[in-house]
Every structure is written in structure tokens, then in C-alpha cells.
Design a protein around this ligand. Structure first.
Ligand code: UGA
Length: 431
């Protein structure tokens, strides 16, 4: 198939690379000319395991190319995916101006039948508006179909998730695009579900909100575990073995972050409000998420008392492992709170230091190149991202290098008994 993807962010670029990997011809379009130049020169603007090799291989095979011209992308392909950002507005609503602009651009250069596929996460009923917009601005009198195909990939596992999807959702009101969509997804061997457009759009918000709810649920259980002396991991294992519940997304933490869950949850609450339903359950999910970070900071201040002038080592800045993304990162949030209290930070992240430098203040933060050097002179260590390599931290050496052996583990990476046996004061989540 000849496919164009508009937008080369996490979703667009990884989708383009994976579609070309299974043999389709893909043109990736982005309005950011610098980014296009970088991609054309073999550079990758984001860190995502396996992506660089995939892009390199498919560019070399002539199946993947990059351009800043929407007209070129629209002309050369029958199927056009929209994968542009849908960022949150201050009031929790979704900014759909990028989607609207792309819809007009596509309309402007369409001269024959096209299938326009929305892959960006959008509020229910957006497909209808995209179709109206294209109809209004289309110069030529040509047919088109707008369909919804939400993406479920996780950052840090994007290539793996895209190559092995557990389901593909296609929302359409006409049969005409079905054959093309089936052809595109056939090589992925995943179950394909056809729905109407509104349902497909809703599936995405409902799925992300459900997963966020699962995390807030276990975080609330973690608070009860702390108050009662139970262990949240044992509880999560015990309830997760019930197939109806499942163990995944039951890891107690500092709360969920990233560019998706906080934004999609707010959007879903807002959409529900507009449709006349007060989704109080999801408001509580947000509340628990905010209180989780407050509880963690309180653990730090309860132990260290005054933070002003203290040196705190922070392991992890990305919003989760395997990514350099710091958007809505709980790790960055904790750094900002500690800095506000007057602490001095020694920070390390395997991939996210450059991006963190753009959002953290210059004063009071020292970026350390090696994980094992972070502890030097620290009054405490905070573990803020669950990078697996943090488990390899040499705790004996860390203790020697620290002013006081105290660890606040926001990701439950260590076994409390063994860390305490080494002489540390160790506080984690829900145990
Ligand atoms: C999420 C969804 O998992 C994807 O299916 C979806 O496609 C994506 O949003 C999106 O809408 O684009 P992502 O934001 O990349 O993916 O990251 P997740 O792995 O879902 O983690 C989100 C947050 O929840 C992270 O801060 C993570 O640390 C936290 N989390 C996750 C927990 O605190 N506990 C868990 O058990 C799992």
C-alpha cells in the first residue's frame, strides 16, 4: 500500500517505520522543516528502542521517506494518516487546531478519492468535524472517507507494541475503506475490530482512563497498606492473579504521568461533562494521582525535616523507563518540589537529561554522568523512574558516599529488608 503519515511525533514516526517494515511504501510528512531535514539525514528526534535501526533499514530499502510537503504526501498515497499532536488546553479541553489545519491542507490538495485516517487521540465526534471540514475546503469534487484508527502504543515500547498489537480498532461508517485498511494491517496478524467512528474514538479515551484508574486504585491501596503494615506488591500479585483483574498496571508509584494519561483523563472528564454526564469516578482518579505525589513528598520532609541546604540525589527524570520524554514527568515534578524547598539536587537519567535541562531551572541542579556518582555527599537518594539499571546501583558504595544513608524509592525497585540490612533508612510505596 502507498501510505502517507502526517506528523512525525512518537505515534506518526513509529507507525511510519513499522508500516514500511512490513512492506508498505510510506511517506512521513511534517511541517517542521528542521525535523524533516534531520530525518532525511538519518537522525532520529526521539529516543525509542529499536526505532533508529528500523528507520535506517527502510529508508535504505526505499520504502520510507520524509517531506515537509503535504501536497506531495496527499498526491502520492491513497491512504493518509493524521498523527499530529492534540495537546491539552488550560481548561482541560483538547486543542484540535492541528487536526483542523491538517484537514484543510489535505482538502486543499485532494484531486482523487482518499481515505483519511485519524490516528491522533481525539474527543468523540471529531471524525464528523474532520469530514465536514474536508468537504467544505475541498477544491475538487472528489470522494473521500474519514475513519478513526486509534493507536495504543506505549512510549518506550512503541516499536514492540506497534509490531505486535493486541487489537486494531477501525471506526468507519462506510465499507469502502475496509479492504485498504485490512491490507495495511494484514501483516501484523492482529485481531481487527470494526466499529462506528464515534465508538472507535471513545475506545481510546475509555481505555486510557481505565488504565489510569487501575494505577490510582493500586496507589490508593498502597496508602492503606502503609497505614496497616501490609505490602502492596503482595496485594497486587494476589489480586492480579484473577484473570478478570490482571497484574499489569498495578505497580504502585509516584502516580502516572506522561503526555497521555493526565491529558486524556482531563479530556474524557470534560467531554463527559459536555455530553451531560458527571464522570465523578475519573475525577477521583485524578485526585488520587495528585495526592500520591503529596504523600511521597511528605515522607521526605517527615524524615529530613528541613530541605533547605540539603543535597538530594535523584535517579530518573523521564516519566517512565525506556524513554527520554519528560512531559508531565512525576520525576521532574518531584525535582521541582524539592528545589522549591531549597534542596540542592544531583540528578541522573540514562536518556532524559537533555530534555530535563529544558524544563528544570539551571540553579540548584547538577547533572551527573554516571549513576554511581550521584550519591556523593547526598543527605538522601530519591528513585523517581523505574529504569531497570537502577536496580544495579552499588548500594554499599552509595552508603559510603552519602552523608546520611536514606533512600526514598518512588518505584519500589529494591527489596526493603535487604536495603535496611545494609544500614539504610528505606521508604518506598505501600510497603
Ligand atoms: C499510554 C498507554 O499505555 C498506551 O496504550 C497509549 O497508546 C498511550 O498512553 C497513548 O495514549 O498514546 P504511555 O503514556 O506511553 O502509554 O505510558 P504507560 O506505560 O501507559 O505509562 C503511563 C504512566 O503510568 C507512567 O508515568 C508510568 O510510570 C505510570 N504507571 C504505569 C504506573 O505508575 N504504574 C503502572 O503499573 C503502570
Amino acid at each position: 500500500m502507498n501510505i502517507t503519515i502526517i506528523g512525525t511525533g512518537y505515534v506518526g514516526l513509529v507507525t511510519g517505520a513499522c508500516f514500511s517494515e512490513v512492506g508498505h511504501n510510506v511517506i512521513c510528512v511534517d511541517c517542521d522543516e528542521k525535523k524533516v531535514e534531520l530525518l532525511q539525514g538519518g537522525g532520529i528526534p526521539i529516543y525509542e528502542p529499536g526505532l533508529e535501526e528500523l528507520v535506517e533499514r527502510n529508508v535504505a530499502a526505499g520504502r520510507l521517506s520524509f517531506t515537509s510537503s503535504t501536497a506531495e504526501g496527499v498526491e502520492k498515497s491513497d491512504v493518509i494518516f493524521i498523527a499530529v499532536p492534540t495537546p491539552p488546553l488550560d481548561d482541560g479541553a483538547v486543542d484540535l487546531s492541528f487536526i483542523e489545519r491538517v484537514a484543510r491542507e489535505i482538502a486543499d490538495c485532494m484531486t482523487s478519492y482518499k481515505i483519511i485516517v485519524d490516528k491522533s487521540t481525539v474527543p468523540v465526534k471529531t471524525g464528523e468535524k474532520v469530514a465536514d471540514t474536508i468537504k467544505r475546503y475541498c477544491q475538487a469534487d472528489c470522494d473521500f472517507d474519514v475513519i478513526s484508527n486509534p493507536e495504543f502504543l506505549r512510549e518506550g515500547f512503541a516499536v514492540e507494541d506497534l509490531m505486535n498489537p493486541d487489537r486494531v480498532v477501525i471506526g468507519t461508517t462506510s465499507d469502502r475503506p475496509n479492504e485498504a485498511m485490512q491490507k495495511i494491517y494484514k501483516p501484523f496478524n492482529a485481531p481487527v475490530i470494526f466499529t462506528d467512528i464515534n465508538s472507535a474514538e471513545l475506545i481510546k479515551h475509555a481505555a486510557n482512563s481505565f488504565l489510569a484508574m487501575k494505577i490510582s486504585y493500586i496507589n490508593a491501596v498502597a496508602a492503606i497498606c502503609e497505614a496497616s503494615g501490609a505490602n502492596v506488591e503482595e496485594v497486587a500479585n494476589g489480586i492480579g492473579m484473577d484473570d478478570r483483574i490482571g497484574r499489569r498496571f498495578l505497580n504502585a508509584s509516584l502516580g502516572f504521568g506522561g503526555s497521555c494519561f493526565p491529558k486524556d483523563l482531563s479530556a474524557f472528564i470534560r467531554i463527559s461533562d459536555e455530553l451531560g454526564y458527571d464522570f465523578g469516578l475519573l475525577k477521583e482518579v485524578q485526585k488520587i494521582n495528585a495526592s500520591q505525589m503529596n504523600r511521597f513528598v511528605k515522607k521526605i520532609t517527615d524524615t529530613l525535616w528541613i530541605l533547605k541546604g540539603k543535597t538530594i540525589g535523584v535517579l530518573g527524570l523521564a516519566f517512565k523507563q525506556n524513554t527520554d520524554d519528560v512531559r508531565m514527568s512525576p520525576a521532574v515534578d518531584i525535582c521541582q518540589r524539592l528545589l522549591k524547598e531549597g534542596a540542592f539536587l544531583r540528578v541522573y537519567d540514562p536518556k532524559a537529561m537533555d530534555k530535563a535541562k529544558e524544563v528544570l531551572p539551571d540553579d540548584g541542579v547538577l547533572y551527573i554522568d554516571k549513576m554511581d556518582d550521584v550519591s556523593k555527599g547526598c543527605d538522601a537518594l530519591v528513585i523517581a523512574t523505574e529504569w531497570p539499571q537502577f536496580k544495579e546501583l552499588n548500594l554499599v558504595k552509595a552508603k559510603e558516599a552519602m552523608t546520611a544513608p536514606i533512600i526514598f524509592d518512588g518505584r519500589n525497585l529494591f527489596d526493603p529488608v535487604s536495603v535496611e540490612q545494609l544500614g539504610f533508612t528505606y521508604k518506598s510505596i505501600g510497603r
